[in-house]
Design a protein around this ligand. Structure first.
Ligand code: SF4
Length: 228
């Protein structure tokens, strides 16, 4: 499994915000969102192939119960199956961060699904191959339905403009298995100013719609710094 980085930090997003966690970041993604905040796992994938033994040994260097396997797209790697089994066998709580386009029969405690909107596709003129692939692969209701049925889950939408909210509502209308109190809306942005601008309209929207506004605390705490 190609790994870009393994580090200990604090979960900055979602239902487990504030929980100390070890992050195992897989490198490689089947999508190429234009705003990707980890381009070193998508547009320019870095890292090296690590065995399950190596990854588990590195995780065990920290006495930290929560492990977040993220990416990139960790569901691209079949080795995720033995990795999750091993992590749970040593008593770790496992969160998987995925865009919800691929399914694997993993063992995990929280499936954190972040479906991508049409607006996240890279521009067709500059990136025609990845634009076509993004359009083809990003929306997999069959996969998301299976994930939310089989796992404890949260669904995190990254919202860039109010137009995205129309698509988010179409998602929820199509996928009636998703409970509204498991839906979190996060502003798109790579710095605090961008996040604050979008929070101005997104937070009130969440309050009126019974959805959870989800700040990206890691940017507030650490800034747009890799490995934090
Ligand atoms: S799905 Fe996630 S990791 Fe992949 S390109 Fe989009 S934002 Fe980046």
């Amino acid at each position: 499994m190609r790994i870009a980085e393994i580090y200990r930090s604090v979960q900055g997003e979602g239902l487990l915000t504030g929980v100390p966690s070890v992050f195992v970041r897989a490198s490689g993604c089947n999508l190429r969102c234009w705003f990707c905040d980890t381009p070193y796992t998508s547009w320019r994938p870095e890292g090296r192939d690590m065995s399950t033994d190596e990854i588990v040994a590195q995780v065990e260097e920290w006495d930290t119960r929560h492990v977040v396997v993220t990416g990139g797209e960790p569901m691209l790697f079949a080795e995720l199956i033995p990795l999750c089994h091993r992590l749970r066998a040593i008593g770790r709580h496992v969160t998987i961060e995925t865009a919800g386009t691929l399914y694997l029969p993993v063992a995990c405690d929280l499936m954190s699904i972040s479906p991508k909107f049409a607006s996240s596709a890279p521009p067709a003129n500059a990136e025609p191959h990845w634009h076509r692939r993004h359009v083809r692969e990003r929306h997999r209701p069959d996969v998301i339905r299976r994930l939310v049925t089989e796992f404890d889950y949260q669904v995190k939408f990254v919202v860039d403009t109010p137009t995205d909210l129309e698509e988010m509502n179409r998602y929820l209308a199509e996928l009636t298995e998703i409970a509204r109190d498991r839906v979190l809306l996060m502003p798109q942005g790579v710095d605090q100013q961008q996040l604050d601008e979008r929070a101005l309209w997104l937070r009130p929207y969440c309050e009126t719609q019974g959805l959870i506004f989800c700040p990206r605390k890691q940017i507030e705490w650490f800034g747009p710094v890799r490995g934090t």
